[in-house]
Design a protein around this ligand. Structure first.
Ligand code: MSP
Length: 646
């Protein structure tokens, strides 16, 4: 466990739009990282900040459209962000708003300090101003004379304003980036910034005349001007910690890490470090930059294009399934395409199949064999190395913000546990056998380690798993070290598991209404009911259709193994006075010597088919539970062979 603090911020989101997938993604990453660091360091050492950016032209315009005051508008949209994060289970330590008095005071103090040091001056500037971006563009930055982000022609504005001497810090910044190779990561973004810094760095205009914009923070040294956007917004990262005198500032700023997407790389990699330098403060430790979610190849932009609503998806598939998908699907630093089909595929394969089946299989066997109570047997430690290796892999991946890799490592452990069960087949063993107990205990211990490792990634699911696995320790006090403990050290001399309903019901990927729902591509969205059908049959059939299946009671006369096949057994069966040959794939569950005399249920009108050179005239019915146990269906009381099953 590290004594060091961990401070992580997301961008503060503009209130001119309501939360979409992009905002949710960054905030989910930060929440996952904060939970992971809490597992390692304890809650006092970790601080996770998010919030809303509420000043500027765009907000005034958006408020005016709805006939609201900027403050009432900002209150309402900021409230929607806060409510959305709550419903997605995201738990920041603080939600900061740039219209709060403490933030405004900190911004004014920061400005005054830089002004007093001589790094802010008054001058004239003419440039191409994009109201969408709320910034000036140089000729070179424009594409076909248009703003590259909004594709609109900017307005040429010439006016007197205040400027920050950013150019003065160019050499220092280049040197800092060179000497701290992981200051901006992944590397591609570091290279992008260094290449931008090859050109001379211009000073930064930081004010607007109050005659043009009032919805900003007045400059402390000239109230005819306000500051806005970047000089206001970036300071949130320290105003939230009560800079300059706050205890939180002293303990958390030295380990600060920012998390952003590539769209706001320049303000974070260039403006912010130079602003801090001018104020005599160190820059953050790491600037972590992720890629963009795209929908059908279009960038999901701030002001145009398709929008994915995170709450629609979370309502439809569950908070954890949505969270899992975005964490697993995007490689940190690269763009990714969003598709609901891909989400459903991952949900079914990774969550319902791999994780869900493993969990219910183990718990059901412990229930069935031991009434849910496992007494301690010597731990054979067969999966202990795999657990240790996974913890190391997850830690290394999370150090680099490689969320997808961390999940892949946990899924390797899940498949190792599934393989372990398949090769030991506890469902076929005598429950009282010591080996059976050891295998199930090992599987349960490993599942507990898996659930603990999943706490940061799938908080609700991991908590349900731990509850089902009978872990008595309060979830919030679980630390990384607990992953390695075995049950007696967890205070459990006797281990009592509980059966819980399936973790993730399978979703039918074929339901046509799911294809577009929630992506904003089509206006209608599927009802919640149709989205989560728990293992329902694929389609309903009529009684007439059912009657087409000729089910009969048949008596087995004799059975023999089919040479060369592990599973197949050849049966001679009697239906009234007719004899038939039927092949069944049940040898492992019912050896040849166990068949004679059984009255089985046969699908009698199945088209004959040849299996390993033997023609089968029908199919034997058997039931299989999700632990892999198989039992034959037979008639409840003696009845003559050939009887129809209705
Ligand atoms: N208010 C500024 C940030 C100030 S920070 C001091 C701002 N706000 S924003 O509402 O436009 O949010 C931008 C951020 O939202 C991105 O950096 C990213 O975190 C997230 N995303 C918005 N769209 C996104 C995608 N399509 N994909 C991934 N994340 C994106 O800029």
């Amino acid at each position: 466990m590290s004594d060091e603090t961990f401070y992580l911020t997301t961008p503060i989101y503009y209130v001119n739009a309501t939360p979409h997938l992009g905002h949710a993604y960054t905030t989910i990453l930060a929440d996952t990282m904060a939970r992971f660091q809490t597992l390692r360091r304890g809650p006092e050492q970790v601080y996770f900040l998010t919030g809303t950016d509420e000043h500027g032209d765009k907000i005034v315009q958006a408020a005016a459209q709805g006939g609201e005051s900027p403050q009432a508008y900002a209150d309402r949209i900021s409230g929607i962000f806060q409510e959305t994060w709550k419903r997605l289970g995201l738990a920041p330590n603080q939600f900061i708003r740039t219209t709060s008095e403490t933030h405004k005071r900190a911004v004014q103090r920061f400005l005054q300090q830089i002004y007093d040091a001589g790094d802010i001056y008054f001058g004239e500037y003419g440039g191409h101003y994009c109201f969408g971006c709320e910034r000036f563009y140089t000729e070179k930055e424009l594409q076909d004379s248009k703003c590259p982000d909004h594709q609109t022609v900017p307005t040429f504005i010439k006016e007197q304003n205040y400027f920050f001497r950013m150019g003065k810090y160019q050499d220092w910044l280049i040197d800092h980036i060179r000497r701290h190779p992981d200051f901006i990561r992944p590397e591609r973004f570091r290279n992008e910034v260094l290449s931008f810094l090859k050109e001379p760095l211009e000073d930064l205009c930081i004010s607007r005349p109050s005659t043009r914009l009032t919805w900003g923070i007045p400059l402390p040294f000239d109230d005819r001007y306000v500051t806005y956007v970047w000089f206001d917004a970036l300071i949130n990262y320290i105003s939230a910690l009560d800079w300059p005198d706050g205890k939180a500032f002293r303990s958390f700023w030295p380990t600060a890490q920012h998390l952003i997407a590539k769209d706001i790389l320049k303000p974070h990699a260039i403006y912010w470090p130079t602003m801090l330098k001018a104020a005599g403060l160190p820059p953050c430790r790491h600037l972590n930059v992720h890629g963009y979610w795209k929908i059908e190849e279009a960038k999901m932009s701030k002001s145009r294009g398709a929008v994915v609503r995170p709450l629609d998806l979370a309502d439809k598939y569950g908070v954890d399934a949505f969270r899992y998908f975005v964490l697993r699907e995007m490689t940190f630093g690269l763009d990714a395409a969003f598709s609901e089909d891909a989400l459903v595929a991952r949900l079914n394969a990774d969550l319902a199949n791999d994780l869900g089946n493993l969990y219910s299989r183990v718990l059901k066997l412990i229930q069935r064999y031991y009434g849910g109570v496992m007494t301690r047997v010597p731990d054979n430690g067969e999966l202990a190395d795999a657990v240790r290796g996974t913890v190391a892999d997850v830690t290394a991946a999370m150090e680099r913000f490689a969320f997808s890799e961390a999940l892949a490592a946990i899924w390797n452990l899940i498949s190792a546990t599934n393989k372990y069960l398949v090769s030991n087949e506890p469902w076929k063993r005598d429950p009282e056998d010591a080996r059976t107990k050891a295998v199930l205990l090992t599987a349960a211990e490993t599942l507990r380690a898996i659930a603990m490792l999943l706490l940061p990634f799938l908080p609700q699911t991991a908590e349900r798993m731990l509850l089902g696995l009978g872990v008595s320790k309060p979830i919030t006090s679980i630390r990384f070290e607990d992953v390695f403990l075995s049950s007696p050290q967890m205070g459990l001399p006797e281990w009592r598991v509980q059966e819980v309903p399936s973790l993730f019901p399978r979703i039918q990927p074929t339901a046509p209404s799911l294809q577009s729902a929630g992506t904003g591509a089509k206006p209608s969205r599927a009802g919640k009911e149709s989205a989560t059908v728990p293992e329902a049959p694929l389609e309903q059939i009529t009684i007439e259709e059912f009657r087409r299946v000729d089910l009969r009671v048949a008596e087995v006369i004799e059975a023999e193994a089919i040479r060369g096949s592990k599973k197949l057994v050849k049966l001679r069966v009697r239906l009234n006075d007719e004899e038939r040959t039927v092949v069944a794939g049940l040898k492992e569950h019912y050896p040849p010597e166990s068949w004679a005399g059984k009255r089985i249920i046969l699908v009698a009108n199945l088209k004959p088919t040849s299996l390993m050179g033997v023609t089968s005239q029908g199919m034997v019915l058997a039931a299989e539970d999700d632990t892999g146990r198989i039992v034959l269906l037979t008639s409840e009381a003696p009845i003559s062979s050939g009887s129809k099953v209705r």
